[in-house]
Design a binder for this molecule. Structure first.
Ligand SMILES: *Cc1c(COP(=O)(O)O)cnc(C)c1O
Length: 393
């Protein structure tokens, strides 16, 4: 069975996890991460969402509005709420999966403090339009959400460098993995200082229990993503058995994991540092797989390919279909697991007002029609997936 995602973890990460820790493991990871992203500073957090909560605190925002996409990971508005601010949702653009920046313009009020410019699925946010926005509203802080888009570039400019700060996620579904974890990067030395103060004041040190939990999770991840075993895991997932372990949100509550205030542990720092060595290869494989799919398929009414954009890193190759359930089921029967990621339009959730789909029509459509193809294995795996998909279109 071909799984929808597969973390790029090998011996190096495994041995890094086993190695006895040093106090500066996390700092070394931060330093290398900052340099990889071409940023002056990076700060590690237990989750990306924790980083975002603290970034908004370090910026001094309270009771203010933060613009974010309606179609993004639900942890983003959760973080805005946890920081004591109010998310203001903006619909997606019709010809791409990112936020519609014209509508973002209309959402600005005197109380708008920040905009979370997300490069979803590896698609770079349009920096020309974002800069025009920033020129008209110089007081609004731009936060780049790069959780999907490590290394995505808009006209050869890396998106993470085009804002006051950038956010990254580092769990096993992301481009880089430190077991769990998140990073905030910035070039602003003052903001870095304030963020570090907030972090060091708010997070408790990680305990031995956390290292053990992370080590066990990592040890489980290796065999789990191995083909034959993954078939079994998938059956358990479908039977609902795994739901209480893997379901990461409940649409009626706004919450955080219970250890979201426990620092990244040294083991995670070492695993992340080892994983950086694979970074270029991980991105190369994704681009190669996307290239193969673009080359092999053509868009039709009930099978819409994603836009092809220079500088995209294709963390996910997202196709829109009419009958998503049928696709997932039939591909699975033929040994390919397709993903459905962000299968919700956040403003429709009861915790965010239970708004009508037609208030955010584009996001609502993406929430109902998108599936994604495995991209982790480059052309080799894409070709196998392609054969199966060709039988289904
Ligand atoms: C993964 C992700 C984050 C951060 O997630 P954490 O699980 O908190 O590390 C933020 N934004 C988007 C769009 C994401 O996909």
């Amino acid at each position: 069975m071909i799984p929808r995602l597969k973390p790029t973890l090998g011996f190096a990460e495994f041995f890094a996890a086993l190695r006895p820790g040093a106090r500066d493991d996390v700092q070394n990871f931060e330093r290398e991460f900052a340099s990889l992203m071409g940023q002056s500073h990076a700060l590690a957090f237990p989750y990306g969402r924790t980083g975002l909560v603290m970034l908004l605190e370090a910026l001094g925002f309270k009771g203010q509005e933060v613009i974010c996409p309606a179609y993004t990971c639900v942890v983003v508005p959760h973080s805005i709420v946890y920081s004591g601010n109010v998310p203001v949702f903006v619909d997606s653009e019709p010809d791409g999966f990112n936020m519609n920046l014209d509508l973002a313009e209309e959402a600005v009020t005197p109380n708008t403090a920040a905009i979370i410019a997300t490069s979803i699925f590896g698609y770079p946010v349009n920096l020309d339009r974002l800069e025009a926005f920033k020129k008209r509203h110089p007081q609004i802080v731009v936060i780049q959400d790069c959780a999907h888009s490590f290394a995505a570039e808009w006209k050869e400019r890396p998106v993470q460098q085009a804002g006051e700060a950038a956010l990254f996620g580092l769990n096993i579904s992301k481009i880089l993995c430190s077991v769990f974890g998140g990073m905030i990067t910035t070039n602003d030395a003052q903001l870095f200082g304030r963020l570090k103060d907030v972090r060091d004041r708010s997070l408790r040190p990680s305990g031995a229990g956390k290292s053990l939990r992370r080590a066990l999770y990592l040890a489980a991840a290796y065999p789990t993503f191995w083909g034959p075993v993954y078939g079994l895991v998938n059956r358990m997932e479908r039977s609902g058995f795994l739901n209480r372990f893997v379901k990461y949100f409940d649409e009626s509550v706004i919450d955080m994991p219970c250890d979201y205030l426990e620092s990244m542990c040294a083991l995670e720092g070492r695993v992340g540092l080892a994983n950086i060595a694979r970074y270029q290869e991980v991105i190369r494989l994704r681009r190669e797989a996307a290239e193969y799919y673009f080359h092999t398929f053509e868009s039709r009414n009930d099978f819409m390919l994603p836009p092809k954009i220079d500088g995209a890193t294709y963390s996910h190759f997202v196709v829109q279909v009419e009958d998503r359930k049928r696709w997932l089921k039939q591909a699975l029967r033929r040994g390919v697991q397709l993903g459905q990621l962000i299968e919700y339009n956040i403003p429709e959730m009861s915790s965010y007002g239970g708004r009508k789909p037609d208030e955010f029509p584009v996001s609502a459509k993406y929430a109902r029609t998108t599936i994604n193809f495995p991209v982790w294995g480059g052309q080799r795996v894409a070709r196998k997936v392609g054969t199966v998909v060709e039988g289904l279109v």
